[in-house]
Design a protein around this ligand. Structure first.
Ligand code: SF4
Length: 430
């Protein structure tokens, strides 16, 4: 079982993909995070590719928990969000202030201060353009939607997914529903939905992704399925299906599909379709359905990122301050942490020269791999390490200089970024 709340570091990504049905990536996205397999898998990312190919609106959604310092390990998520925004995504970011109040005893005022100063200002300095950032405590859409989504699941299901038991708090049990609501609410009609929506996550968040995809599906009237390499549509619910079927057929025929309807079975067979039509038909019918159903959602897509290893090995964790570099760290402190990091180097300089180091297990190499965009530079570091031409001391010094420059740039931009904050926040008052 993958546990979204554990501090476990997952290393065997191939096994996780196999066990949980996470799909491989194709080469669609021309971005270093994809090219270096730092994003190692996906669910239904073809919806986003379809939206891009057809110049359609799509969303990119993430959340932040305002409970501590943002650190380099959190950065890959916002790097992706900024990348998807550069491709045209509407960005939604939820500040989980209620969660930090309930689980970390952080007041809403303090959570707001942390969210703005530790996270959002850095996001802006890193290149995030104006978007929709909101606080859970002050967002009636997500609160109402949580209520609706709660009606679509039950304890047996949540126990099976998350291992909850009788001692689990109601808040804990409710938190996956709130997360689903955070993602799905970006597709409400008022935001131009339903639309394909991508959520970049670590693999430990996959249970949330599976649950929110299921919840989205359960709320749909038009259920689009592949059967015998053709597309069939089933009408859910107990309402008279005539209007749903007739209006769907009108739309499908306008799009040159030949249909066969069956009112008794509440179904439409699309005779001249194949499996490649599923996304198009699902989106067409989702768009039609919103006239009948206020809660029409397209199942969210996800990218799965590898978790950056802590400087002491294992997961980056705020309970081990030297395992991570906070974006608020001084340059001196960051340099000290990198100098004290574990490496994939040999015991002696002679051995390193003779046999080379192992960048594949080295957290210092990960600093280059995750945070330097230029592929040739990172490849050179890798090759020099493997070939014995790079010594760990000099390599750490170089990495420390790169990270210090990055931190300094963020600090230099922080006042200007803070002055733009109103362009990013929705529901600005408490
Ligand atoms: S040379 Fe650099 S990349 Fe290679 S093991 Fe040493 S610190 Fe890691």
């Amino acid at each position: 079982m993958i546990n979204p709340w554990s501090s476990k570091q997952y290393f065997d990504y191939n096994k996780l993909k196999k066990d949980f049905g996470i799909e491989d990536l194709d080469n669609y996205f021309n971005n270093y995070l994809f090219q270096r397999h730092l994003i190692f898998g996906q669910r239904s990312l073809d919806y986003i590719e379809y939206a891009l190919d057809n110049k359609m609106k799509f969303n990119a959604v993430t959340g932040l928990m305002p409970s501590g310092h943002m650190h380099l390990g959190n950065k890959i998520t916002i790097d992706q969000i900024i990348y998807f925004q550069s491709l045209g995504a509407d960005v939604f970011i939820s500040v989980a202030d209620l969660e930090s109040y309930a689980t970390r005893n952080i007041s809403l005022e303090k959570a707001r201060e942390i969210a703005i100063n530790e996270y959002i200002v850095n996001y802006i300095s890193m290149g995030l353009k104006p978007c929709n950032i909101y606080f859970q405590s002050n967002d009636p859409d997500t609160q109402s939607l949580s209520f609706i989504l709660s009606n679509e699941t039950n304890m047996s299901e949540l126990k099976a997914i998350y291992g909850f038991d009788d001692s689990s708090s109601i808040l804990h049990i409710n938190s996956p529903i709130v997360q689903a609501s955070d993602v799905l609410h970006s597709q409400l009609k008022k935001f131009g939905g339903p639309v394909p929506t991508v959520v970049p996550v670590g693999v430990d968040q996959d249970p949330h992704i599976r649950l929110m995809r299921d919840l989205a599906q359960r709320l749909r009237i038009y259920n689009v399925k592949i059967e015998n390499n053709k597309i069939s549509v089933y009408i859910k619910g107990r309402d008279d299906p005539h209007e749903y079927i007739d209006s769907a057929i009108g739309l499908l025929e306008k799009n040159n599909y030949e249909t066969e309807k069956n009112y008794e079975y509440r179904s439409i067979n699309i005779k001249n379709s194949n499996i490649n039509d599923k996304i198009k038909i699902d989106l067409l019918l989702g768009n039609l359905e919103k006239d009948y159903n206020n809660f029409t959602f397209i199942g969210p897509s996800a990218t799965f990122q590898r978790l950056e290893t802590g400087l002491k090995g294992g997961k980056m964790s705020s309970s081990v301050p030297d395992s991570l570099i906070a974006l608020s760290d001084s340059e001196e402190n960051a340099t000290r942490k990198i100098k004290n990091a574990v490496t994939g180097g040999r015991k002696t300089v002679e051995e390193q020269k003779q046999y080379g180091g192992n960048p594949d297990i080295c957290p210092v190499f990960e600093l280059y791999n995750y945070h330097v965009k230029e592929n040739e530079y990172v490849q050179r570091v890798y090759d020099e390490c493997r070939g014995g031409a790079r010594m760990c001391g000099a390599c750490k010094k170089e990495a420390a200089e790169l990270i210090s420059t990055f931190l300094k740039n963020l600090k230099d931009k922080s006042d200007e970024s803070l002055s733009k904050i109103d362009d990013y926040l929705i529901n600005k008052s408490f």
